[in-house]
Every structure is written in structure tokens, then in C-alpha cells.
Design a protein. Sequence first.
Length: 85
Amino acid sequence: MNELIKELKVLIIEVLNLEDVTPGDIANDEPLFGDGLGLDSIDALELGLALQKKYGISIDAENENTKLYFSSVNNLAKFIDSGRT
């Protein structure tokens, strides 16, 4: 799981062109949106597409759990890990 968390941090930085952010700057439990990393809804769409492409997962925007999945790097990793098994 630690390797997946590292991959996700790099993916977030690359996909969203976060020039002044390093993987070490992103805490595993830090909120990705709002007061945390400060991502917005456009970032969520771009990140969602990248995750679907890279990990072959399905993300349902209508699912009430989707907001929880995208709340932190740890939750994203758990979601991806559960979708791959």
C-alpha cells in the first residue's frame, strides 16, 4: 500500500501540474480539497480521469462514497486497492 500512496502523490502532482509541490508535501491524511491541498472540482475531474486510465477503476460521480474516496491520499489508495482485487 505504501508504494501505491507514493504513486498517487506523484500522479496528483503530474496530472494537476502542481509545480511547487513534492510528494513529501502531501500528507497521507491531508484533505485534497478545500483547506488541505486546495484542489477544486476541475482538479477532481482531471484526477478522476487519470486514475481510471492508470488503474482501470470505475468512478461513479453519483455514488455518495466518491467524495469520501477523494478526501485524502489514504482513502484514494484504499479505493484503488479494493477495485483491483
